[in-house]
Design a protein around this ligand. Sequence first.
Ligand code: ADE
Length: 230
Amino acid sequence: MIIGIIGAMDEEVKILLSQLQLSRAQVKANMKFNFGQLYGAKVVIVKSGIGKVNSAICAQILIDDFNVDNIINVGVAGGTAEDIYPGDVVIANSLVQHDVDTSAFGDKVGQIPRMDTYDFKCDRNLVEKAQLACRKIGDIRSFTGRIVTGDQFICSTEKIKYLNSEFNALACEMEGGSIAQAAYLNNVPFVIIRSISDNANNGASMDYKKFAPIAIKNSTEILKNMIMNL
Ligand code: ADE
């Protein structure tokens, strides 16, 4: 079994790469795919770059060229629910792309027109393994629910309220929904695990700078515990 691990930014893959027993690396679409053993599992770790297009291309390469059996995306996110704070972890069970809007044709916002699903559901087994990892670690607060994705850094109180009420979102980020769509189209199990770096409100960019390192540490720790049990 080979696990594809995607992080969008250097910071999100740095700890993982430092712990990878690297066997080889290959560059494709300007992304470096790093192969090796991580905590006893066979993995490919890659930095996709930020946003939906980069991350979808990355997921498709993992599937087509490197035959991964499942995909795990780790990184940071903005909190969009009450009671979710920097450092908390959100395990997605479902992803919606909040910036897709063909409501002019009567579609619900987020629905990709003419696709047979509104949301992209994460693999139940991977979700359970991530939840188990959180319980084992103990001192990280974790939530399971919907994460929404769009090509936007959210930094407005109004927008968070909208994301929460329209999509029932716990967190927002910029890659999970497109990784989910690529995995869904290829029938590959996936899960998105994000740790909160900010509350997606007016102070989001300041909070992000302050809390991203601790958030990344938490999502990495969960991944570590999780893949040791896969
Ligand atoms: N990733 C981390 N914080 C975010 C935010 N506020 N909006 C979008 N993506 C994020």
